[in-house]
Design a protein around this ligand. Structure first.
Ligand SMILES: Cc1ncc(COP(=O)(O)O)c(C=O)c1O
Length: 437
């Protein structure tokens, strides 16, 4: 790489840097359902950016709220001080959560939300006299961001193997992906409820009195869209209740309408003790995450503490004024346009469109829920993930943004997507599947 190469300095995240810089694809603008590429082409956004721009791009009310706040309160500390927008947003978030999860801690990303949730779990167990509960249980194929906590409870091998021993005392349940029994399922797979018993196995192995919390994505997104088997989350909830283990749902992707409801917890009818979120909270216009916590967990830590700071944790930018303003404007927009309900009402049409790819070359599974789809391709022998990467590039070059993860193509469009745009996405993918090797 030449030193005067203008692309050299930016070490890009989760990117094949050498390949990218040899053939860069850049985005220069966005509006509603489309990006504009640097060569002027319009690219239909099939992924809401990175599962985050749920109301569509560059929405005027959000941009206006950010601009106004930047000119009136650029920054305000939330350590021992505060500003009204952060309090208002916390109340609005609490109102969207399942009953009881009405205490909200702000972060700046999904990764920070996960690490915050894990620390809350430890602090809670200690506060109630169970300080021996220091273990976390995650799940194979889980993705919980890139902090040391999230990496430790995560279960994607490439994200873990370069980073040593990670947090001690973490174990993983088996994942729920079962192509043999569940391929081409619409919605929740029928098989796999029994995999929740893995938690009982780990309780038997380690002892419940060593386990602080279990963390799962109710719908696993980044690993390639794994919808929970019917009954699975209920069973996890029951086992956690039996053993005094906190249940954390990582809803960084699934919160804010992606599945047709405010949260996956609402859709699946299972209430965890803690929900982590980010992405759709501000429509991704300003980075922000949050952790919604059950009142009892919060109170055990806060009410049980001596005078002074109750929880020694936080970020300079927790509840940042710009992010809080963007969050309020985003939640207003979701409500005004009924976007969660819109996602729910489109989900059947979406499901039909997804499953229209059945029988297409390379396709070994199709799965969907809400406005999410996973299209699993047969890996090319000796070259795992190459086929999906090529499809991602070919789609982009033909004006469609999809996401490739392993040999799976994931789709999660903004919730403002129109039916003809859904047709365009799956029509293009059908054509491209016929052409790639
Ligand atoms: C379930 C889940 N948790 C955590 C994260 C990490 O979020 P961030 O990239 O904002 O740190 C993601 C990101 O995709 C995610 O899908």
């Amino acid at each position: 790489m030449l030193e005067n190469d203008p692309l050299a300095a930016f070490w890009m995240p989760f990117t094949a840097n050498r390949a990218y810089k040899a053939t860069p694809r850049q985005l220069v603008a966005a509006k509603d359902m489309h990006y504009t590429a640097s060569d002027g082409r319009q690219v239909l956004d099939g992924t809401a950016g990175l599962w985050c721009v749920n109301a569509g791009h560059c929405r005027a009310p959000i941009a206006a709220a950010i601009a106004k706040t930047a000119a009136t309160l650029d920054f305000a500390p939330t350590f021992q001080l505060g500003h009204p927008t952060a309090f208002e947003l916390a109340s609005r978030v609490a109102a969207l959560m399942p009953a009881g999860l009405d205490r909200v801690f702000f972060t700046n990303s999904g990764s920070e939300s996960v690490d915050t949730a894990l620390k809350i779990a430890l602090a809670y167990q200690r506060a109630r006299g169970q300080g021996g509960r220091t273990r976390f249980i995650g799940r194979e194929r889980g993705y919980h961001g890139t902090g040391f906590g999230g990496t430790s409870v995560g279960g994607l091998v490439n994200n873990r193997r370069a980073f040593g021993a990670l947090l001690p005392g973490v174990d993983h349940m088996r994942h729920t992906h079962d192509l043999a029994r569940n391929a081409f399922t619409r919605g929740m797979p029928a098989h796999g409820t029994e995999l929740a018993e893995d938690l009982e196995r780990l309780v038997g192995l380690h002892g419940a009195d060593t386990i602080a919390a279990v963390i799962v994505e109710p719908m696993a997104g980044s690993t390639g869209v794994l919808v929970p088997p019917a009954g699975y989350l209920e069973r996890l909830r029951t086992i956690c209740n039996t053993h005094g283990i906190l249940l954390i749902f990582d809803e960084v992707i699934s919160a804010y309408g992606r599945l047709g409801t405010a949260t996956a917890a609402e859709l699946f009818g299972v209430t965890p003790d803690i929900i982590t979120m980010a992405k759709g909270l501000t429509n991704a216009a300003v980075p922000m995450g949050a952790v919604a916590v059950a009142r009892g967990v919060h109170d055990a830590i806060v009410e049980g503490a001596p005078d002074g700071i109750e929880f020694f944790h936080g970020y300079t930018y927790s509840g940042h004024p710009l992010a809080a303003a963007a969050g309020l404007a985003t939640l207003d927009l979701y409500k005004a346009e009924g976007l969660f309900e819109r996602a729910a009402s489109l989900s059947e049409y979406w499901s039909d469109a997804v499953h229209s790819l059945k029988g297409k070359r390379h396709v070994i599974d199709l799965r969907n829920i809400g406005l999410v789809a996973g299209i699993e391709l047969e890996p090319r022998p000796g070259a795992p993930s190459k086929r999906a990467t090529e499809l991602f590039h070919a789609a982009f070059d033909s004006g469609l943004l999809v996401r490739a993860t392993g040999d799976i193509i994931a789709l999660s469009p903004p919730l403002i997507v129109e039916k003809p745009q859904i047709d365009e996405m799956f029509g293009k993918l059908a054509d491209l599947l016929a052409t790639i090797d």
